[in-house]
Design a protein around this ligand. Sequence first.
Ligand code: NI
Length: 134
Amino acid sequence: MEPQLLAAFDAAVAAAGYDCRSEAVRDLARRWLADRATGAGRSPAVGVLSFVYDHGQHDLSHRLTHLQHEHHTEVVTSLHVHLDRSTCLEVIILRGRAGRLRQIADRLIALKSVQQGGLALLAEPRTGKEALAR
Ligand code: NI
């Protein structure tokens, strides 16, 4: 972990009233695992994936575009905002089986230089064959 990130994390851990960093890390791990359990599997879902990245980093923009083309069946649309000279916000709407959307989000967020990524999963309001045929 970068020293700056660790210092900011330690400050937030102290401000939140934790006695030590490891207890905060345990809580984070529990929450992350609980989040991942939600919306897993084959149920139809709509996903809102948002993340911030530095577009000047390596070939990240091309890799992000490539990954979205690779998953064109699930990617419905995307929104790109230039936050400042180097930072971009990308919001991608996904539709498909929840576990599949989670996998796609994991792959995008795991790319180096992608920061602050998150996936919000919503249950697909439609039911039956129509929804699962996608
Ligand atoms: Ni941009």
